[in-house]
Design a protein around this ligand. Structure first.
Ligand code: PMT
Length: 413
């Protein structure tokens, strides 16, 4: 059976240049078995015609809240109830702001307010608009309410800027939609669920951090966030209340997890220190940059010399600072090593005053950074446990059970 067979997907299109990709998106979702209906904002119609989307979706396109004919055919409340899943792609900064403010002054925002279906948002905007605190605030608000963000991606933008804010490619949007819908389906069918972590708050860092050099360049690493997101999902499925503090990644937020998006190590440190005192368990899976640029250039650096030096300063150590809190959560670090794994991991366990450390050999191919699989050796002061190579989602389940056991033992002693 096709993965989206019988699923009713409402695609909301707002006014960005990436709207030109939406006919292909509709086609690809339909290829996977979905029934797709399209809702367009006024802005969207400046980039792509309703007729094109009607032709590819084989359904009438809705674009007005006050259209008597359209209301007769399928009213806006009926449309909001019809959808199993709403995807807004591209989602402009404006539409994100309206939804986070609870506005309902056009059809798309009204549907978001009126639906009980999960909503995923694929942002598309200029990098400066993406980084603006107003946009970041709106995104955090929507994440708290359970909205999922697909992207954005980074790269060259239509306006000539380079950075975060590009809508993800159609392939990625289709994959993420399939992942999200099958995760929702699994959650619905996995009842009754065992909830041994009910009442516990887990705080998890995931993904890379980005350390800006100038407005268009940064230093980062290859972390995809897959390992951290898999741990979040596994803990949530066992009943924990989960918050992920994530660097820039292109992953769907696991169902019922709250995600806080950050960019730099300093941002991640600030969020972790604010939230850690409330948490029972803290898992530091993020690949945090150890150093940042001393002084970020205000303007793009010109290539006027054959060589250049960048002055780096040490970033705060997030997991060590959490472990040093008087009221610290049970603190689990990760160790990404390329040699002498046990020696270096045990060194970090002791130096950072951690309760546990999960070490991975990131020199092995097919595991570690940006791979779907991984293997871990988990150390505490007194013992070690090998979790052999498997998918990150399976490994995360085993790790979460191991953390749970050690955490509960620590409460007894
Ligand atoms: O994201 P994926 O593509 O799925 O890849 C997963 C992973 C390889 C990134 C993950 O399994 C992993 O190993 N994460 C830790 C990466 C890392 O930064 O390791 P480290 O040995 O440099 O750091 C040790 C610990 O200190 C880590 O828990 C790290 O989060 C933490 N740290 C490091 C520096 C810093 N300034 N603050 C920190 O909290």
């Amino acid at each position: 059976m096709q993965i989206l067979q019988g699923k009713k997907i409402l695609l909301g299109i707002s006014g960005g240049i990436a709207a030109y990709k939406t006919p292909e998106l509709v086609r690809r979702l339909k290829d996977k078995g979905a029934d797709v209906r399209v809702v367009m904002t006024e802005g969207a119609k400046a980039f792509i015609t309703p007729l094109t989307l009607q032709a590819v979706s084989a359904n009438a396109v809705a674009d007005s809240l006050l259209d008597t004919q359209a209301e007769l055919a399928m009213g806006h409340i009926e449309l909001a109830k019809w959808a199993d899943f709403i995807l807004i792609a591209p989602a402009t900064a404006d539409v994100i702001a309206k939804i986070s403010a609870g506005l309902a002054n056009d059809l798309l925002t009204t549907l978001c307010l009126a639906t009980a279906a999960p909503v995923a948002i694929a942002p598309a905007m200029n990098q400066q608009m993406w980084h603006n605190p107003a946009t970041q605030n709106n995104i955090n608000t929507l994440s708290t309410w359970g909205y999922t963000f697909f992207g954005p991606g980074a790269g060259e933008q239509a306006c000539g800027d380079i950075g975060l804010g590009r809508m993800l490619d159609v392939d990625e949007l289709v994959d993420l939609t399939c992942q999200q819908i099958s995760a929702l389906h699994k959650n619905e069918t996995n009842t009754p669920k065992e909830q041994p972590l009910a009442g516990q708050k887990w705080l998890i860092t995931a993904g890379p951090t980005r350390e800006a050099i100038d407005p268009v360049r940064y230093i980062s690493n290859h972390s995809s966030g897959k390992m951290g997101f898999a741990i979040a999902s596994a803990a949530q499925q066992l009943g924990a209340e989960v918050t992920i503090i994530s660097g820039p990644v292109s992953l769907a937020t696991p169902t019922h997890c709250h995600k806080i998006s950050v960019t730099s190590a300093i941002d991640m440190h600030q969020q972790a220190m604010t939230l850690a005192t409330e948490a029972n368990v803290f898992v530091a899976c993020a690949a945090v940059a150890d150093y940042r640029i001393d002084t970020i250039a205000n303007e793009k650096i010109k290539k006027s010399h054959d060589t250049m030096q960048l002055n780096l300063v040490k970033n705060p150590d997030i997991v060590a600072d959490v472990a040093a809190l008087t009221n610290k959560p049970f603190t689990v670090g990760f160790a990404a090593e390329t040699q002498d794994v046990e020696h270096y991991a045990r060194g970090k366990l002791a130096r950072k005053n951690l309760d546990m450390i999960a070490a991975n050999n990131v020199a092995e191919s097919g595991q570690g950074f940006n791979s779907d699989d991984n293997a871990l050796t988990v150390f505490t002061a007194n013992d070690e446990k090998v979790l052999p190579l498997t998918s990150k989602s399976e490994l995360a389940k085993q790790l979460v059970q191991h953390i749970r056991q050690k955490f509960e033992n620590s409460l007894k002693s």
